[in-house]
Design a protein. Sequence first.
Length: 221
Amino acid sequence: LNFPDDERIIYGVQIGLTHMTRGSIIYLHCEICGEETPHRILRGKIGSTLEEGFDGTVQCHVCGKIHHVQIPVEKPKRLPMVISHRGKSTTSEIELSPRELIRVGDEFYHEDHNLMITSLESGGKRTKKGLVKDIDMIWSKIFDTVDVRVSIVKGSNTRSEMIEAAPDEEFAVGDILDFGRSKVMIDKIRLPTRTVYRQGLAAEARYIKRIYSKPVKERLR
Ligand SMILES: [Zn+2]
């Protein structure tokens, strides 16, 4: 058994859960392991009523034991949430499944905005991840757009511009950016762990630390 690291891990059954399908991973008590371990869903279904919950067959990731499980759907937990945007904060509330694992960096849609979790509080302490049942407070920021910094290098002069982009908007080496009074061509893109130089290679705005560019000469337009 080998679970991909980046697979969304869910814990228990969530109301209206559509992504809990064959191959999903849930945390359950394993009688062989004697503790709660990740289990892969082999087959099963979500009942049409809350009481029916999830009925299916799962396999423990740690020991390989196959279990039949029936998990009632739990009432969602209401959590206070701070939403920050450009230096201002508002408070809101969100309902989540108690057994759902949430992490700093998770994105979700709430009241017409894409939000990203920036911090979590559990038992008076800040934490990077936790099950909703253990979390007391969520800090988030509006993540509809990101500010992409662009350096325009002309000889020994460098000036900076900013582009507001959707997080999943792509920028590629060789792309032309238009700042009204000047057009520039992307020369390289700095990402958290590397810099991209090759023509045509693209990165999503959310990962970009800085774009380096050169002015495009008028006659090339
Ligand atoms: Zn086990």
